[in-house]
Design a protein around this ligand. Structure first.
Ligand SMILES: *Cc1c(COP(=O)(O)O)cnc(C)c1O
Length: 403
């Protein structure tokens, strides 16, 4: 007999979805096919995109494609098991010391995704009774890792090292771990890594930096934020764990964490998202080896990117100086144009789309409420003319205050 149907929480989902619609928070996916340059086919329409983290334009590079194909020919497509069982291929094994050398740290561990890396690394380092210290604008996966760890979470105001120092000094926890984005993913600003490391040294803490948006782009030869601040090689601190993703500037997929021999060996032994997941396919490790070679010699791509950033910032500074839209302080390829309300950010995105441009509107919970924005991502794929076109369109759309 089936019981008479009464109200169930199952019915809540459609109500809650309608709630998302009412707040302009419903998200949709589009089917996107990359075209030549920074152009994309979005649901069948050709648009100039400012939406990709492929900062160096390597994702379709022939050398990477060839390396991936060769890797598939040699090793097949799937790894078949966890790296601790039988999934650790010769390509994956060769990649790790290359990643470590590139970042200038003793040893590296290669993960299938950055989200999984952070969600696993934090609980492998700290647990109940310990404390983590999180910048308020950290990426979701650092926060999720902190929650999974059951350590006490202290959130300090964005980039406020004085507040962090107070929290560290007041905490009686036996193990303290500071977590930060190195380049903040929605604001593009760079963390004061030397200042954070000095606090870590002083308070017997560890520092994990997530360089998803710096690796390949920042520092000499694109070696990332640790190298940018000269915290690599002989100057590397055993308290620093450097994590970066490989699906952004590196143009492939996955992530790695690098640090001292002992810390990396500990993660290999205890990090659950590493141990209980199938290893990344060898074909990706092959592609990543090719990518590291290219990144090291991509100064022309990085200087072109710098020229694009300067062009965008000077163009917007002169045209938006009296309006409500605020261009964030960022020297990186992530250029946030803060608009405020969710509806206004979506309207700006729609206006750009009508003009053949695609720039994502970023809304809460990805960014704090009231700070919805256009997240303009530049890539070495863009031309100066592409940037000029975006600046022109934004000028047309920006609200101009009454004189
Ligand atoms: C993209 C991103 C991640 C997640 O990396 P994936 O490899 O895409 O899972 C982690 N941290 C930051 C700051 C990111 O921007």
């Amino acid at each position: 007999m089936t019981a008479p149907r009464s109200a169930s929480w199952l019915d809540d989902f459609s109500t809650r979805l309608a709630g998302l619609d009412a707040q302009h928070l419903r998200r949709t996916r589009r089917v996107v096919r990359p075209l030549v340059g920074a152009y994309l086919e979005v649901d069948g329409e050709r648009l100039l995109g400012f939406c990709s983290n492929d900062y160096l334009g390597l994702a379709d590079h022939p050398a990477l494609v060839a390396a991936a194909c060769a890797g598939a020919q040699t090793y097949g497509v799937g790894a078949g098991a966890s790296p601790l069982v039988s999934g650790h291929s010769p390509a994956n094994a060769a990649l790790e010391p290359q990643l470590a050398a590139f970042a200038g740290l003793p040893r590296a561990l290669y993960f299938y995704a950055g989200y999984a890396a952070n969600a696993g690394i934090v609980p492998a380092l700290v647990s109940e009774g310990d404390a983590v210290f999180c910048d308020a604008l950290n990426h979701a996966c650092l926060i999720d890792g902190a929650r999974l760890s059951k350590a006490r979470i202290h959130r300090y105001p964005h980039a406020n090292l004085a507040a962090l120092e107070c929290d560290l000094a007041a905490s009686p926890a036996p193990r303290k771990l500071i977590l930060t984005d190195a380049v903040f993913s929605m604001d593009g600003d760079i963390a004061d890594v030397p200042g954070l490391l000095a606090l870590a040294e002083h308070h017997d803490a560890l520092l994990l930096i997530d360089d998803a948006h710096g690796f390949g782009v920042i520092g000499p030869q694109g070696r990332g934020c640790a190298a940018h601040f000269n915290l690599h090689g002989g100057a590397a601190s055993p308290r620093l764990l450097y994590m970066a993703t490989l699906g952004k500037a590196a143009g492939v997929a996955g992530a790695f964490v690098a640090g001292s021999e002992a810390l990396i060996e500990w993660l290999l032994q205890t990090c659950r998202s590493y141990i209980f997941a199938t290893a990344p396919p060898a074909m990706l490790a092959s592609a990543l080896q090719a990518s590291l070679q290219l990144i090291e010699h991509a100064d022309h791509r990085r200087s072109h990117l710098q020229a694009l950033i300067a062009r965008l910032r000077s163009g917007l500074a002169s045209s938006l100086q009296h309006g409500d839209w605020q261009l964030g302080e960022s020297v990186t390829a992530i250029q946030p144009l803060r608009i405020g309300s969710n509806a206004a950010a979506l309207a700006a995105m729609a206006g750009l789309r009508q003009r053949g441009l695609w720039v994502p509107a970023i809304r809460p919970p990805t960014v704090p409420a009231g700070t919805a924005r256009l997240r303009i991502a530049l890539s070495a794929r863009h031309t100066l003319a592409d940037v000029d076109r975006l600046v022109q369109a934004l000028c047309e759309l920006a609200p101009h205050p009454q004189a």
